[in-house]
Design a protein around this ligand. Structure first.
Ligand code: PHE
Length: 336
């Protein structure tokens, strides 16, 4: 197979970890050559599918092994190179005032809470390990619903209980927990960790979102737009910042929209998803949709942090590299 030899050669020729990762993505990524081939399988007869499926599995294994071997080699070379160049003089005495830095994410979370706090929102929380019911079912995503595929979910191995657990894929389950616990009017934000099986310069398996939900008797789309516009202008410190609401789809909101902000004059960049809370979601939480309406939104915290502070690679947020932290971190005194 030409494709196989081509990929094996590319693996062999990859001279850096990034180069190798590019080869992996070109083969196995969402639009990768192998992935595309696998997609074709669906159009074949069951007989052909069985035969080709088996061949694919062998091919996949072979390529994965080659990728692993090469990766290990490059990692070792990388480490050796770093150990010889990055030396630290451990005989130096410690500086008299070695003060720590606030991680940019912590600072941005404080900023978010501060801004929404000013609009009357309080902070709610939910667990990272979440019941399938809160993460999906109650949010109008029943079992077998294709929307479950929209997010690359980490499922926990089935345990003693019947209830399947997931690492929450978004902060939206906190909407459900809040509505089930309290009565409208509701006005909360829920910042926290979220998890999806994805890894590249703009995706890490753990990241942060902030959810917001407002439920009241006369809540409408105008409130949603005003609230998000106010937030974005304060957060990005630009009173003239332009927002664009694009129609979109989420099972738990109707209508749904994605919000772009106008960036550096000409570009529109997507920063969040939002919409009016779906009547089914209100009903699932024992709230009468004929009396109450709500709006909700969910925003990636790393994404807006990267935009605000010009940080290019998301993965560096979580590497605890002191040089990075010293550069992007906030000094403790400048916190307020
Ligand atoms: N939970 C959605 C996501 O993670 C975002 C969202 C939240 C959309 C609330 C609408 C309302 O993509």
């Amino acid at each position: 197979m030409d494709l196989k030899n081509q990929i094996l050669t590319d693996i062999e020729n990859a001279s850096s970890l990034q180069g190798l990762e590019d080869v992996r993505v070109a083969a196995f990524g969402k639009k990768g050559a192998i992935t595309e081939l696998m997609k074709d399988l669906g159009s074949k007869t069951p007989e052909e599918r069985r035969e080709m499926g088996a061949a694919f599995n062998i091919l996949k294994q072979e390529l994965t092994d080659a990728l692993d071997t090469r990766k290990q080699m490059l990692e070792e070379a990388d480490l050796t190179a770093r150990l010889t160049t990055e030396t630290l003089d451990v005989s130096l005495p410690p500086r008299p005032v070695a003060s720590g830095k606030i991680h940019p994410l912590s600072s941005v979370m404080d900023q978010i809470i501060h801004i929404f706090g000013g609009m009357g929102f309080t902070v709610a929380e939910g667990p990272d390990i979440e019941e399938d019911f809160y993460n999906f079912t109650a949010l109008n995503v029943p079992a077998e619903h294709p929307a479950r595929e929209m997010q690359d979910t980490f499922y926990l191995p089935p345990g003693a209980t019947e209830q399947p657990y997931v690492l929450r894929t978004h902060t939206s389950p906190v909407q459900i927990r809040t509505m089930l616990k309290g009565e409208p009017p509701i006005r909360i934000i829920a910042p926290g960790r979220t998890f999806r099986s994805d890894y590249d310069a703009t995706h890490t398996p753990m990241f942060h979102q902030v959810e917001g939900i407002v439920v009241d008797k006369h809540t409408h789309m105008g409130h949603l737009k005003g609230c998000l516009e106010e937030f974005c202008r304060l957060f990005f410190e630009d009173p003239a910042l332009k927002l664009r609401f694009r129609p979109s789809y989420f099972p738990f909101t109707e209508p749904s929209a994605e919000v772009d902000i106008q960036w550096k004059g000409d570009k529109w960049l997507e920063i969040l998803g939002c919409g009016m809370v779906h009547p089914n979601v209100l009903r699932n939480c024992n709230i009468d949709p004929d009396v109450y309406q709500g709006f909700a939104f969910g925003m990636g915290i790393e994404r807006i942090t990267m935009l605000k502070y010009g940080i290019e690679d998301l993965r560096l947020f979580f590497e605890s590299d002191l040089r990075w932290l010293n550069h992007y971190g906030f000094s403790v005194d400048a916190r307020e």
